[in-house]
Design a protein around this ligand. Structure first.
Ligand code: GTP
Ligand code: SPV
Ligand code: MN
Length: 599
């Protein structure tokens, strides 16, 4: 029954796990991948044969559609399995025994007549303390193919570790397919078993619900990180060029669809990762690695001018899997915001599409998957086992009315509480449900928390204390709006904020102290706007963008106090830092009214 390119690594727990899955799911065949080029090619061809993907005109390009009801992360169907009586605030949970029993019922015989793919990967580079071995079992060749693009191969690591491998387990079935698309979305379930370090998912294909190593693993690694004293984050990692060829690495946590990829891909800078990061302290400094080696990026809005490198890769013969874009006659594709003329007709995830109807041509959460090696701006340290040293940590979200475009916190503690733990953002199409609803989203990680929020904030506070040189913490806000409802910044302005943060991290520019943090001086920004973007930056524009919005900031503090007061294990520092910030704001209001203008 078993075929493929590899023998199972010598590990009794691993073998038992695979046999048990096969017994439960009853596949016709079991394919074991050894991560070789042939094995990888075979899986890709399988995805084409079973219609989960179709070829496009460009060499190496394929297209996958998800069900109309399966276009984003399904938080309502995703549950963390907990011992009886235990819960997690903000996260759906289910009693473990009942959850596992339900999953066994759903998976029973589900792979009849199909192939079960078994793949080995690692999260993190080989030879690193972060080479977390993972095994993925799936009956979806699309999922297996995506994993081969986005994650490092781990067969050799499993062989090397033998019975010592402490691996994460992912079991997935797309369920019954219709035209290569999961059909029983109503029966979609994703259960995270913390105790078994395993995730089970069924009746879904959208990668955020199905590709184990992405956001499913994140729930498991947040737990591990908390136990082992490191941080598992929803962050990009990038190298920002400073004066005299200096490169300084920054990590940045923004909620889904809030700018991680577009920041990490800024022209002239270098990308290490665009979605996930592991952070730890070594030699007194914070270091980061990217657990991934590919990009599952949002395609909506990707255009030639703003995203030249992504544009180039999506138009060259690299191996790319497009999802939920519009298919045009002749095997070309179209997506919203590409800057190209809207075509007359095509086929999308919902079927035939025609211009003029109500439905958009491509889904707002349509994406592309590609290996990072395709990008010319890839930093040379992606596979560095020791990661990159971190010069600054950034937090940002969709905030139309409160925080300034860029700001440094006063200290690690102030940053963790005010920038990270108090992060709020409007919901986006990356998750199923209403968009544009302001949501509490600490560290941009709320959806993935597998430990209590209070514990997680405490871990962050302690983390900085263990570092001799804790990096400065910044916030950015790309989504601030003016009174006319228009964005106050252009999409490329972030290039300037990054250069400013790079200089600040090295103490090479001054700052203006406001009640909420340290903001740029006008003159420094004027110079950077000229140098980086060739643009004039008027003092009035600075005045409007960097105005300290006192009532909005006070309201935010009140919201945070209300939330954290209900969290039993919330560290007391949170309340102290919130109180101090309120006092500074009230003091400023006494002097200058509701609006503190740095200009
Ligand atoms: P995930 O992959 O879902 O974790 O998201 P991400 O954080 O990588 O999101 P990404 O960078 O792909 O965000 C894309 C969305 O943010 C698109 O809708 C962009 O148009 C929008 N966006 C990015 N930068 C800016 C900006 O500076 N201004 C505005 N207004 N929109 C921006
Ligand atoms: C996100 O939603 O944050 C993503 C895409 O990066 S996925 O997690 O794969 O859905
Ligand atoms: Mn993400």
């Amino acid at each position: 029954m078993a075929f493929g390119f590899g023998r199972l690594p010598e590990n009794p727990a691993l073998k038992r796990f695979i046999y048990e899955c096969a017994e439960l799911c009853e596949p016709a065949k079991v394919f074991v991948s050894d991560g070789s080029a042939e094995a990888i090619r075979f899986v890709r061809e399988e995805a084409l044969r079973n219609c989960e993907e179709q070829t496009l005109a460009a060499k190496g390009h394929t297209l996958h559609f998800d069900s109309p009801e399966d276009q984003g992360r399904a938080l309502g169907d995703t549950k963390v399995l907990m011992p009886k009586g235990k819960r997690l605030p903000f996260i759906l949970t289910k009693e473990r025994k009942a959850g596992l029993a339900e999953m066994r019922r759903l998976l029973k015989g589900i792979m009849k007549g199909r192939t079960m793919y078994v793949q080995f990967h690692t999260l993190g580079p080989a030879g690193s303390r972060f080479s977390i071995p993972c095994v993925q079992i799936t009956d979806s060749a699309y999922v297996a193919h995506s994993e081969n693009l986005l994650y490092r191969q781990g067969y050799d690591e499993f062989r090397r570790l033998g019975r010592k491998a402490k691996f994460l387990r992912f079991v997935h079935s797309a369920g019954e397919l219709e035209n290569g698309i999961s059909k029983n979305i109503r029966e979609r379930r994703i259960y995270i078993d913390l105790a078994g370090e395993a995730v089970y998912g069924v009746n879904t294909q959208y990668a955020g619900n199905s590709v184990g190593l992405k956001k499913l693993a994140l729930r498991l690694t947040i737990k591990r990180a908390s136990q082992q004293g490191w941080l598992s984050e929803h962050m990009f990692i990038m190298g920002v060029r400073g004066p005299k060829k200096r490169v300084s690495y920054f990590t940045g946590a923004f909620p889904s669809a809030c700018g991680k990829t577009s920041t990490a891909m800024l022209a002239g800078e270098r990308i290490v990762g665009d979605d996930l990061a592991y952070l730890w302290v070594a030699d007194g400094r914070v270091h980061a690695v990217n657990p991934e080696c590919g990009m599952f990026g949002i395609i909506t809005g990707v255009n030639r001018k703003d995203d030249p490198e992504i544009w180039r890769v999506l138009h060259s013969p690299a191996e790319v899997v497009f999802s939920n874009v519009l298919l045009l006659p002749g095997g070309r594709v179209f997506w919203t915001g590409s800057g190209e003329a809207i075509p007359a007709k095509g086929v999308n995830y919902a079927g035939k599409w025609q211009k003029g109807g109500r439905a958009p041509p491509s889904h707002p959460n349509a994406r592309f998957a590609v290996g990072l090696k395709a990008f010319r701006n890839l930093d040379g340290n992606l596979d560095e086992p020791g990661g990159v040293p971190v010069s600054g940590i950034i937090y940002g979200g969709r905030d139309s009315d409160t925080s300034v475009p860029v700001e440094q916190s006063f200290s690690w503690e102030h940053g963790v509480v005010m920038k990270a733990a108090s992060l709020e953002s409007e919901t986006t199409s990356a998750t199923i449900g209403a968009v544009g609803v302001r949501q509490f989203n600490p560290m941009a990680n709320l959806n993935f928390l597998s430990i209590p929020v209070g514990r997680y904030v405490k871990d962050n506070l302690e983390f900085g204390k263990t570092a001799k040189m804790a990096p400065p913490i910044f916030s950015v806000n790309y989504f601030l709006k003016g009174r006319d409802g228009k964005f106050l910044n252009g999409k490329r302005d972030k290039a300037v904020w990054l250069k400013w943060m790079e200089l600040r991290a090295h103490g090479e520019v001054g700052a203006v102290e406001t009640p909420t943090g340290l903001i740029p001086e006008y003159g420094d920004l004027r110079e950077l706007f000229r140098k980086v973007l060739g643009k004039e930056y008027a003092r009035e524009v600075y005045g409007e963008q960097f105005r300290v919005r006192i009532p909005e900031n006070l309201a935010k503090i009140a919201r945070m106090e209300k939330i954290y007061r209900r969290i039993p294990d919330a560290p007391r520092e949170i309340f102290r830092v919130l109180k101090e910030q309120r006092e500074r704001l009230l003091e400023a209001r006494k002097k200058c009214g509701d609006c503190f203008s740095p200009a």
